[in-house]
Ligand binder design. Sequence first.
Ligand SMILES: O=C(O)C(=O)C[C@]1(C(=O)O)C=C[C@@H](O)C=C1
Length: 270
Amino acid sequence: MRAVTLGPAGTYSHRAASAVAEDVDFRESVTGIVEAVATTSADRGVIPIENSIEGSVTESLDALAEFEIGVVREIVTPIRHALLAQSGEFVTVASHSQALAQCREFLEAEYPDVDLEPVASTARGVELAREDPSVAAIGHPDNASNGTELRILAEDIQDRDSNATRFLVVAPTDERSKAGGKSSFVVYPSENYPGLLLELLEAFADEDINLSRIESRPSGERLGDYLFHIDCEAGMYEGRTERAFERVESIARKGWVRWLGSYDTEHVLY
Ligand SMILES: O=C(O)C(=O)C[C@]1(C(=O)O)C=C[C@@H](O)C=C1
């Protein structure tokens, strides 16, 4: 089994992907990961979807809507950030935008004058810190010893101890499973009238299915036109989920609905 995830080596996505496959390859963007699986150049893709402090990884939501892809697993991991640099003399902090945002309070309190540089991943920030003494990185503390030694200037710098990120494992659609206690859907109604969203929600409420998340994203077609990412606490093997799905299909008859998959949540510590 070959998995692709966000690189270079040492990202949090890499750590999550290690729970999925021994053979892990890297891409520079979430879209590139999903595309690699959709075009069958990888068996699995591991993408961050949501963080407890900073919320959605919107590029991941958009990639799930763009490509014909299935979701086969969900992995939740704690995220504990460290500040890494060659010395305390730095003027820039480089990291993934999610990581910078998760440490906003720490950075404002301890380093109010540094420049923040969003880069493609936390491990990319670590690479920059290795190359340039004026750059510090935010990433997993293990990155300090992978390659040229970096100093760990501070640990556990995330703004909340409970910081956690939810990753999805994507696979070809024919590998989706109906088993599992959660299901994910993308719904594009392609129309807008009073009560449309209420109808969508009622399809689940009437079957006594709890929604764990609903998120709207611009469809890209026109301003004010949205698609909805819906997660619910029921598997597609259950009659009630199938019935809710059929109702949603009929509400979105002018657009489309995609069942991404059913799965159980796995909590992975590393
Ligand atoms: O840059 C990384 O290390 C990633 O794996 C990406 C990512 C994210 O996009 O949320 C994953 C987990 C953390 O929340 C910070 C960054």
